[in-house]
Design a protein around this ligand. Structure first.
Ligand code: IZC
Ligand code: ZN
Length: 431
């Protein structure tokens, strides 16, 4: 059985950048095919091109065909979110009110709230509870057209609970249609009991957590919250280097609140991505460009924390490849709407609609080292596609804060139809 997505007003392929992320003017090149079609078979893409050629291809294929008429709509690669903290319990709406009264994100953290609050809830939660909450978040991601997410640990902050979070991500990877890629982030916060002796916690992360996580194959990446009052540059360097030695590729929360030199550190250790970068220095941006480190920008976090977003234009003009993400977490970005983040990238960081699409597809795929499999519509890649109720790709950034997702195809199967996640996805096995 083949799946034939027929005659879309535009197929946005974002093809031709599977070996290297797009940078500079390349981010504008998104491969628009007018009156285009895509054919999927056995979970993969077997044809992308004009509808005329698609019909010839189907004749030669001689196979039973399910057809989806995409007339008047656009087709894009499944969206990819390369930075989330989705495995957690509870919520933090009380902190929104505190921030509205003038408290800052870091003040709340320093008083034992913030990440510490979510860590307590996550440590207390059973694995079933965590699975249930995270599954609901994944269902919402799917409804917004997101077919792959990166998921960080970092609300366990001790070996047992970090492993619990990573095990939950692994179970969801095995059972939920959204693909998960795991990052170990034991260095997300300094637990209160190590407040006066943070080097001792760094030692635990390096000597007791990283080896076990790596040995059990529970993560591909290692990340650290390098920030004033959290992990210093020197501690972050040690943690990322220990990760590299164990086979975990480095990522870094860099220069979000204070300009510490996180971007420079990302370049120094050869990180796959440097994330946030609101306060990245000129030199830091130049170093990222030189080393080809991907800047994962999170304009939803800046919006929700009422801060000025990162300087995406400067980064793109300096030749830094840019990706975008929700940063889904309970404190600074409680949303699964990657399309709204795309709107914010356009409206608050002045990224063009084409750059935004490159950032959420192929560049996001590179940021999680999956660009040979996903991130573009090309023969041989996974059949992860979104059909949007939009006549052209610019419309996605124009009709903002609206969910325009009509259909999501994951591994060649329809999982969202007419904007609704199918029942078998929401309640696998029926209930
Ligand atoms: O729970 O606040 N910034 N980590 C670094 C977060 C935000 C997540 C949180
Ligand atoms: Zn984050």
């Amino acid at each position: 059985m083949a799946l034939y997505v027929k005659n879309a007003s535009q197929v946005i392929t974002v093809a031709g950048a599977s070996d290297k992320p797009k940078k500079g003017a390349e981010m504008e090149e998104i491969g628009v095919i007018e009156n285009g079609s895509v054919i999927c078979k056995e979970g993969g893409i077997v044809f992308v091109g004009s509808d005329k050629d698609a019909q010839k291809f189907l004749k030669a294929l001689d196979e039973e065909i399910e057809t989806i008429d995409a007339a008047g709509k656009i087709v894009t690669p499944g969206l990819i979110d390369p930075h989330t903290h989705i495995v957690f319990a509870g919520s933090r709406e009380h902190e929104l009110e505190m921030r509205l009264q003038g408290a800052t994100y870091m003040e709340i953290y320093q008083k034992g709230g913030g990440i510490h609050f979510t860590t307590k809830k996550t440590q207390e939660a059973s694995e079933e509870r965590l699975l249930l909450e995270t599954r609901q978040r994944l269902n919402r991601f799917l409804q917004y057209g997101v077919t792959t997410v990166e998921a960080k640990s970092g609300y366990g902050l001790d070996l047992r609970h970090e492993l619990k979070q990573l095990e939950v991500a692994k179970k969801l990877q095995e059972t939920h249609p959204v693909d998960l890629v795991s990052t170990f982030m034991g260095a997300h916060a300094i637990p209160s009991k190590y407040q006066e002796n943070s080097d001792e916690y760094v030692r635990l992360v390096i000597e007791e957590m990283i080896p076990v996580v790596a040995e059990r194959g529970l993560a591909d990446f290692c990340d650290v919250f390098c920030e004033e009052g959290v992990f210093t540059i020197e501690q972050s360097r040690r943690i990322l280097e220990a990760g590299i030695k164990a086979g975990l590729k480095p990522k870094i929360h860099a220069d979000e609140i204070v300009s510490l030199g996180g971007a420079e550190l990302a370049a120094e250790v050869g990180a796959i991505s440097a994330d946030h970068l609101l306060k990245a220095s000129q030199r830091g941006i130049e170093e990222l460009a030189k080393k080809g480190v991907i800047a994962v920008l999170l304009p939803g976090t800046a919006f929700f924390l009422m801060e000025k977003p990162a300087d995406a234009r400067k980064m793109i003009e300096s030749g830094v490849p840019v990706a975008l993400s929700t940063d889904r977490n309970p404190g600074s970005s409680p949303t699964e709407s990657l399309p709204f983040i795309m709107n914010l990238a356009c409206l608050t960081m002045k990224m063009t609609p084409a750059e935004v699409l490159s950032a959420c597809t192929i560049n996001a795929a590179h940021a999680i080292d999956k660009a040979s499999e996903i991130g573009s519509l090309e023969k041989g890649k996974k059949a992860d596609l979104v059909i949007f109720d939009a006549p052209n790709y610019q419309f996605l950034q124009y009709n903002y804060a609206v969910n325009l997702v009509n259909t999501v195809i994951k591994n060649g199967k329809v999982v969202v139809k007419e904007g609704m996640v199918l029942d078998e996805v929401i309640a696998p096995g029926g209930s």
